[in-house]
Design a binder for this molecule. Structure first.
Ligand SMILES: [Mg+2]
Length: 353
């Protein structure tokens, strides 16, 4: 593709009086460096693989042009990561923020059993923000999840805000359709793709550390902190569950207590949980309501042997945590009302801070 001198596909625009020409921090210089990074061929199996296919146009024109990789529906998801709300830049690097912004968005496709294809990245940031460092984290996550950044927007802003929008698809036209959070049925078994609470425990450890951005030689510390800074979207698990005939799914962004409720309400079923598997080093409260684990909660009929399917795909064993019943909207833990509500953004006037 042509390297336009003013790459407009990453549409510029509002610069709040900042210079638009020259300098390492200039909007268009940053865009050109990010374009080179995002579109650099992937190295693998001894050969470089181009990231854009013939007929596709990425960063550098007014809009990206992409070709759907498969027949069937296109899935779209977007998410925001905002400094002071979702991330504390004293506890996470800008590369972590970029990585996390991609993964939390892609996780919504994992919950539908889909794979990501193309990604738009928009960033508002105060002057002095190292956008190359942020872009390096975006690039790592995009490559790990098999998608390519094809456009976006940059702007100055009073605080860092990163918006990721991603398109995805199901990889075969004969596949079952996307998994929905409204698809669970009474009698379904409920599984988690992994133990919970690691992200919240990692945040707790970081807040209690004198030099929080420094690493630690303790592998347990590193695992929990890593879960907070660099969560992983469970794409293979979501796809395997969909192909196996799972009936419903949701990714756990707000915490099990909140997201199990979302599944129960959407599916008009009851959710009866028997025991919450907490990650090593996490408390039960963190596992229930800490949020940001991005594991999947999967509902499957008894005829589906999810453990066998996951084992056959080389995935971690899914953890059974209960089942759905016909008490629509009811959520219980060990027979008692499910405590905790997870994270809720407030928009009431009195919450203006
Ligand atoms: Mg979600």
């Amino acid at each position: 593709m042509d390297a336009a001198p003013w790459p407009a596909g990453w549409t510029g625009g509002r610069t709040d009086g900042q210079s638009r020409t020259g300098g390492a921090g200039d909007e268009f210089a940053v865009i050109e460096r990010l374009r080179a990074r995002f579109e650099a061929p992937s190295e693998g199996a001894g050969r470089a693989t181009t990231r854009l296919h013939a007929g596709e146009v990425g960063i550098g024109d007014d809009a990206a042009v992409v070709l759907p990789p498969a027949d069937g529906p296109v899935l779209l998801a977007t998410d925001l990561v905002v400094e002071g709300v979702h991330v504390d830049l004293g506890l996470c690097g800008l590369d972590d923020v970029g990585y996390k912004a991609v993964m939390v968005t892609v996780s919504d496709l994992a919950a539908m059993g889909a794979r990501p294809d193309h990604l738009l990245l928009s960033v508002a940031a105060p002057p002095g923000t190292d956008l190359d460092l942020l872009g390096s984290g975006v690039d790592v996550a995009a490559r790990e999840t098999g998608c390519v950044v094809v456009g976006g927007d940059l702007s100055n802003g009073p605080a860092l805000a990163v918006s990721v929008a991603v398109s995805g698809s199901l990889r075969s036209p004969t596949d079952p359709g996307p998994l929905l959070r409204s698809g669970a049925r009474p009698g379904d078994l409920l599984f988690l793709t992994g133990p919970l609470g690691a992200s919240a425990a990692g945040l707790r450890l970081l807040r209690g550390t004198a030099a929080p951005v420094a690493g630690s030689a303790d592998p347990a510390w590193a695992a929990l902190v890593g879960a907070h800074r660099r969560p992983v979207a469970r794409l293979a698990e979501g796809e395997a569950a969909r192909l196996a005939g799972a009936s419903g799914c949701i990714d756990l962004s707000d915490g099990l207590a909140a997201d199990a409720r979302h599944l129960a309400v959407a599916s008009e079923v009851g959710v009866a949980i028997e025991g919450v598997p907490a990650a090593e080093g996490a408390t039960v409260a963190e596992a229930l309501s800490g949020g940001e684990d991005y594991e999947l909660l999967i509902a499957v009929g008894e005829e589906v042997d999810l453990e066998r399917v996951f084992a056959g795909a080389g995935l971690r064993r899914p953890l059974p945590i209960g089942r759905c019943d016909d008490r629509a909207g009811s959520c219980t833990l060990d027979g008692r009302p499910l405590p905790g509500s997870g994270w809720v953004h407030r928009f009431d006037p009195q919450d203006r801070g």
